[in-house]
Structures are given as structure tokens and as C-alpha cells.
Design a protein around this ligand. Structure first.
Ligand SMILES: C[S@@+](CC[C@H](N)C(=O)[O-])C[C@H]1O[C@@H](n2cnc3c(N)ncnc32)[C@H](O)[C@@H]1O
Length: 414
């Protein structure tokens, strides 16, 4: 429900989303959690950041690996095909992407795999996407056409002309049909899931909440007593090393990441298959990582909400423990760095093959894209770095796989 600020008679320049957020706080008679704030800002059905526009690329707010180079989707395709072989080449597979953005990863994957007919003919693609605007872009990117009425019984919304593959859209993973071996891709999806933040205070861990001050601006307050998310904090602390915890004055927990991982693990254990999770994050507890990015620059998270991306580091050990907690049938591998993952799958050979058959003009973006995908985030990888110079994604992004144990260890985690 989209609440207005109906009872106020004060003039205000607030956006609809800000009015809505203040309306919730006023209606509730108190502050909201940071997770509620983040969820509204990103996915409010009327004015959420992702809902009405294309936010990617040089003209947008940020860039992601599939948008950097076609090689990213191609290498993920190599991973998916290797897993499909380990699964015994089933003739019917659900290939699910969570949060597919512009659809570029799957478009490059299907183009790269189009010669392997047995593989592409086995696929039914399922896009889990909340944004109507991005669904339209995905439809175009996958070169989809609508099924005619006579073939609607095959249960898909459309067919991708890239490999003749059926494609369906859903709002959540729970809507994707079960009972079929499933491969799930989550690239920069977990980082968009809402986090709760706790701060160490003299009375113990207190949840950081969002309130409105006397100047009508958003600000943080600390919860006076334990909140429902405290249960997740306790769970996370149980998985943590005490020395690591003692060093932190903030801890972030992401209940939606824990719940989603458990859904994924249950599905993989009953239907077979695997999941690949790629995101920026840590192989340890996450402290206060929540950040806002607008037009490629960091901004305050309360600055004009809905016009900047909010994201938080992914807590990879929490994903591992969540998966292992619900099923003995799944194995969790990694995380390894994106640079290791792409290198071990052979991105060097791919870039060399592409460079052999391209013009000088095409070579430059191929080389810079390659370095951006595998380069070190700390060290600039070409001369003359300045504010505009993009930094490498090779070590800041981590890769984790969850697979059904019967299939053995997936490439390239052996
Ligand atoms: C950071 S973008 C990543 C896009 C793409 N995977 C890429 O790497 O280019 C996050 C994507 O997840 C979608 N998304 C975010 N929260 C979602 C939710 N709760 N349910 C479904 N989709 C969501 C966004 O609309 C967007 O497509």
C-alpha cells in the first residue's frame, strides 16, 4: 500500500517515496528498521529505485560485470554447462536467474552456448525480477517473442530467439515450479536484499532504526529493547568466532539472505542442480557496509531516497551456514575470488580467441573489460588512474556454489 502524508497541512518538497516512508513512521508511532527502509527505497512498487528505470551502465548509476564484457556471461555459461554434465545431462532443466538486471548475462550465456543444442534444448529460463521496467528490457535483450495461443500450454510466457528457449518471469523464487532439476544464478542479487544493522552500546547490541527528526529529516536512533531481528543477530553470532565479533562495533544481518539460501538449498537437495552466487562481500562477519551510489558516486543513504542504489556487502559464511543448516544433501564450495573463478574456467583463452578475430577498435574494450573483470580492486591496473578510472572487480567480488552432493564437486572448485 502506498500511503500518502494525508494528515499534514505543511507544504513539503518531499518526493512521493519520502512522504510514504515518513507516513509509515508516523502511522507506526515510531522508527522503522533499516531493512524496511532499504526494501521500500529499492523495491517500493510505485517509486522504488529499481522499479521504473534502467539504472545500469555509464549513463546509469553503476555498472555490473555482465555489462563490462560479454566474456562474463560466457564464462558463467561454461560453469552452467559443466554442472549440467555433472547432473547427467537432464533433458529438462530450470535455469533461474535472480535479479537479471538488463538480461545481459543470460543473453551472452545463450549466445555462447547456442552450438550445444542438447544443452540449450533442455533449458526453461525463469527470470525472478521485481521491476516491470527491467522485465521489458530483459524481454528485448533475450530477443523474446510471445508464444502463440496454441502453444501456451507449454507453460512459458515467451521464447528467446537466441536459442529457442522458453522464458518465464516471476516475482519470487517460490513462484518457479519445483520438481525439475534446477540451476540458479544470483549475480549482484544478494547485495540488494535488506539488511538490519546492530550497534554495540553499553546495554549490549542495539538495532539501528530510522526515525524522522524535528527538521523532518531521516536520522538513526537505537532501539531501546531487543527487536525481532535480534533473533537473527543471535543466530549469526553463534556462527561467528568470538575474537572476530569482539573487534566489531557494528554487525549487519540479512534475514532475507538466510531465508532465500534455505529455499535454494531445499530445492537443490530435492530436485538436484546447483546455485552460483557472485557478489561483493566478505568471507566473514559484515560490520557497517550499507552504501548508496548515484551516478557512480557514493552519497548519503538518506539523500533523496529512491534515486540512488542501496547495497550491502554479502556475508558469505552466513550463506554457507544457512544452506548447511537445512540440508545434508547439499555441499557449499567457496567463496573464491571472481578472478580465480574466471581464470580457472579459462577466461584467458577466451580473450585471446576473441582478440585474434577482431579489429583494433574492438580490441581495446575487450582488453579493458578483461582487466576490469579479473583486476585487483586495490591496485590500479593501468597507468594514469584518475577519478574516472574504473577499479578491478577481480578480488572484491566473491563466488560461492551450492550443489547437490550426488553430483560431485563443481568446476572450478575442485
Ligand atoms: C544490482 S542489480 C543486478 C542486476 C544483474 N544481475 C547484473 O549483474 O547486471 C539487482 C537486480 O535485482 C532485482 N531485484 C532487487 N531486489 C529484488 C527483489 N526483492 N525481488 C526481485 N528482484 C529484485 C533488481 O530489479 C535488479 O534486476
Amino acid at each position: 500500500m502506498f500511503l500518502g502524508w494525508k494528515h499534514s497541512h505543511e507544504p513539503s518538497n518531499d518526493s512521493e517515496l519520502v512522504k510514504h516512508l515518513k507516513g509509515i513512521i508516523k502511522f507506526r508511532g515510531g522508527p522503522i528498521t533499516l531493512a524496511e527502509y532499504m526494501e521500500e527505497v529499492l523495491t517500493n512498487p510505485k517509486a522504488g529505485f529499481y522499479i521504473n528505470r534502467d539504472v545500469f551502465g555509464a549513463e546509469g548509476d553503476f555498472i555490473t560485470s555482465p555489462e563490462v564484457s560479454q566474456m562474463f556471461g560466457e564464462m558463467v555459461g561454461v560453469w552452467v554447462m559443466c554442472l549440467w554434465e555433472q547432473m547427467g545431462k537432464p533433458t529438462n532443466v530450470n535455469l533461474v536467474e535472480l535479479g537479471p538486471g538488463r538480461g545481459t548475462l543470460l543473453a551472452d550465456l545463450l549466445r555462447g552456448a547456442s552450438k550445444f543444442k542438447n544443452f540449450t534444448e533442455s533449458l526453461h529460463i525463469h527470470m525472478v525480477e521485481c521491476s516491470p521496467a527491467l522485465r521489458t528490457i530483459q524481454y528485448q535483450k533475450l530477443k523474446c517473442f510471445d508464444r502463440d495461443e496454441s502453444s501456451k500450454d507449454m507453460g512459458s510466457d515467451a521464447v528467446s530467439a537466441l536459442a529457442g528457449t522458453p522464458v518465464s518471469w516471476h516475482s519470487t523464487l517460490d513462484e518457479v515450479p519445483t520438481g525439475v532439476p534446477t540451476i540458479i544464478l544470483a549475480h549482484e542479487f544478494y547485495d540488494a536484499l535488506p539488511v538490519h544493522q546492530f550497534q554495540r552500546a553499553s546495554r549490549g547490541w542495539c538495532e539501528k532504526l530510522v526515525d524522522v527528526d524535528e527538521n523532518s529529516s531521516f536520522h538513526y536512533v537505537l532501539s531501546p529493547r531487543p527487536t525481532p531481528a535480534t533473533l537473527y543477530l543471535m543466530k549469526r553470532c553463534k556462527w561467528a568466532n568470538n575474537d572476530d565479533l569482539a573487534k566489531l562495533d557494528h554487525v549487519e544481518v540479512c534475514p532475507k539472505a538466510i531465508d532465500l539460501t534455505q529455499t535454494i538449498a531445499e530445492r537443490i537437495s530435492s530436485d538436484g542442480g546447483g546455485a552460483l552466487i557472485i557478489d561483493y562481500g566478505l568471507n566473514g562477519l559484515v560490520s557497517d557496509s550499507l552504501q548508496a551510489i548515484r551516478k557512480h558516486k557514493f552519497v548519503n543513504i538518506f539523500d533523496n531516497p529512491g534515486t540512488a542504489d542501496l547495497s550491502a556487502y554479502v556475508d558469505f559464511p552466513a550463506i554457507r551456514h544457512s544452506a548447511e543448516e537445512v540440508s545434508d544433501e547439499v555441499a557449499v564450495h567457496g567463496p573464491i575470488t571472481q578472478s580465480q573463478f574466471l581464470g580457472l574456467l579459462g577466461i584467458n583463452f577466451r580473450v585471446e580467441a576473441l582478440l585474434e578475430n577482431c579489429t583494433d577498435e574492438q580490441a581495446e574494450p575487450l582488453q579493458s573489460g578483461y582487466w576490469r573483470l579479473v583486476g585487483d580492486g586495490e591496485a590500479p591496473f593501468w597507468e594514469g588512474p584518475d577519478e574516472q578510472t574504473p577499479i578491478g572487480m577481480g578480488t572484491r567480488y566473491l563466488v560461492m556454489a551450492i550443489v547437490n552432493k550426488n553430483q560431485g564437486v563443481p568446476a572450478p572448485f575442485q
